[in-house]
Design a protein around this ligand. Structure first.
Ligand code: NDP
Ligand code: AKG
Length: 478
């Protein structure tokens, strides 16, 4: 198998640049199959990428914004044409089902087209001046060089919603994807290259974060999506120390509140989707279900029936609803949460799935101890933890106890309850009668508390992070 390699300064990095060796990626649905072999970059290559991005910065900034937009539009067209192949590769290396993977390609295409269109949008404001003969205006200008560190759970969409706005607004980018998804990452890079992106503007570094990370902070902005521990404890202090601006998208402990007046059919379907699809590996996944006492038993029984009926298996088989977890560590993590010591309640559905891969069945834990690990920590696997609540006030108190603040949802037919929840829940995103996961691409996305740091991502919010403001006072001489 020809190893996949990094891409730096307009060239695929061959053996002549060295590197710490090759790493195989297994198929999470069939661990005997090697899906790819990648040659990892070493820190010297990462430093070279940052220097090259710096060197390419002024010519990319000088490229007219609509011309930059054209590159993004062509990249979108290419990804769209390559959807089927990319979806197969994504399913093989990450484990999401082919429809989920194809949906992610479609979402990435839409994001690229959205930011291509933004290159035609106003890039500043004009103000009246107190001084005669003076034009006073502000412009948004690129920040310069951006490092993007991305995870494996949305291996195409997350890189795209960082790289597309960074490029559209005139920045050069050094991108370190997760080591788990080199095939999908290489497919995205290839689409940018084939779309005509000039060398030096986008660099991709294959390899582990601990080794390459330190070379990535001497830039103007660092955008990171991943675990709260790496984001807060490693990336944030290092990037701040180097003077870079920082954006972190981190974990969640997302709550779904189900009140007694909810449409229970809708609530069961949406909570199950939020908790179990993509094997629960979304930062927006529903993790804690707070059910009002009178409907708690019925909700638990119906969620458990949904979980028992779900088809868990090969993500490339058409009947499959839930693929494997992405890694052996993820499966271990899942199993650790089903241990009675981790929840203090009763497991009414769940357990290991078919042999041969990292399969986990959707799990439901009832009457968990609110102080337990399962009730407090991010799980990132298909487990719904149920706790009873007395009423909306009790649900809000319990939901706001969590140190995360990404998304939350409420199921109710009472408008007053919905509005109170919208006002009082401490999260960046709130949904009413919808699953906690599943975001639209053109609106701001960001969490509060331990779920995020810095400006939100996506939509018009992206401009705030990927540009800074320059104010111009222009007085006519003579
Ligand atoms: N908010 C979200 O969307 C996500 C949250 N998570 C949470 O994180 C947990 C673990 O997932 P995981 O992917 O391992 O998350 P990590 O935070 O470890 O990884 C995210 C990215 O950061 C990189 N990275 C890892 N260590 C460092 C470091 N020391 N310096 C710089 N970069 C680093 C990773 O590289 P590499 O892995 O190649 O070493 C990857 O590219 C999940 O179980 C979940 O709780 C995970 C993914 C997404
Ligand atoms: O729910 C979604 O659509 C996005 C989830 C996400 O951003 C993540 O898991 O990192």
């Amino acid at each position: 198998m020809v190893p996949l390699v990094s891409y730096v300064d307009g060239e695929y990095v061959g053996d002549h640049l060295g590197g710490p060796g090759t790493h195989d990626r297994e198929n999470p649905a069939d661990v005997a199959e090697v899906v790819s072999t990648a040659r990892w970059a070493d820190p010297a290559i990462a430093e070279h990428a940052v220097a090259s991005a710096r060197a390419a910065s002024s010519s990319w900034q000088a490229t007219p914004a609509p011309v930059r937009g054209d590159v993004l539009r062509r990249c979108a067209d290419l990804l769209e044409q390559r959807t089927a192949a990319i979806a197969q590769d994504m399913a093989r290396e990450q484990g999401k089902t082919v429809p989920e993977a194809a949906g992610e390609v479609g979402r990435s295409v839409a994001i690229l087209r959205y930011f291509a269109a933004q290159t035609l949008a106003p890039d500043g404001s004009s103000y009246p001046s107190h001084q005669a003969g003076t034009r006073l205006f502000s412009r948004r200008i690129p920040v310069g060089v951006v490092s993007a560190i991305t995870p494996w759970n949305f291996p195409l969409a997350i890189p795209v919603w960082k790289i597309a706005p960074a490029l559209a607004y005139g920045n050069t980018v050094v991108w370190k994807p997760s080591e788990v998804v080199p095939l999908t990452s290489t497919a995205l890079l290839a689409a940018f290259i084939d779309a005509g992106l000039p060398g030096g503007v986008l660099h991709m570094l294959l390899g582990g974060g601990a080794g390459l990370g330190p070379a990535l902070y001497d830039v103007d902005a660092v955008t990171f999506t991943g675990s709260t521990s790496v984001g807060r404890e490693v990336v944030l202090p290092a990037a701040v120390a180097s003077g870079a601006q920082v954006q972190l998208e981190l974990g969640g402990k997302n709550v779904a509140v189900v009140l007694a007046d909810a449409d229970l059919d809708l609530a069961v379907a949406q909570v199950a989707r939020g908790a179990f699809l993509s094997a629960g590996q979304k930062c927006t996944a529903t993790s804690l279900v707070l059910a009002q006492e009178s409907i708690r038993a019925e909700l638990a029984a119906r969620l458990s029936a949904w979980a028992a009926a779900a088809v868990v298996g090969d993500p490339r088989a058409s009947a499959t609803e839930i693929g494997p977890l992405a890694t052996a560590a993820q499966l271990e993590r899942y199993e650790s949460f089903l241990d009675p010591a981790a929840h203090g309640g009763t497991v009414i559905a769940g357990g290991r799935g078919p042999a041969g891969g990292h399969f986990a069945r959707p799990a439901v834990i009832c009457d968990a101890d609110p102080h337990s690990r399962a009730s407090r920590d991010e799980i990132f696997a298909p487990i719904a933890v149920l706790e009873p609540v007395a009423d909306l006030s009790d649900a809000l108190r319990r939901a706001n106890e969590t140190h995360f603040g990404l998304t939350a949802s409420i199921f109710t037919s009472e408008l007053a309850a919905a509005y109170r929840f919208i006002d009082e829940i401490e999260t960046g995103i709130v949904k009413v009668n919808q699953e906690s996961a599943g975001l639209e691409f053109h609106v701001p996305f960001g969490g509060i508390k331990d779920s995020g740091y810095g400006p939100a991502e996506q939509g018009l919010a992206a401009q705030e992070f990927y540009t800074r403001s320059k104010t111009v006072y222009l007085t006519h001489a003579g």
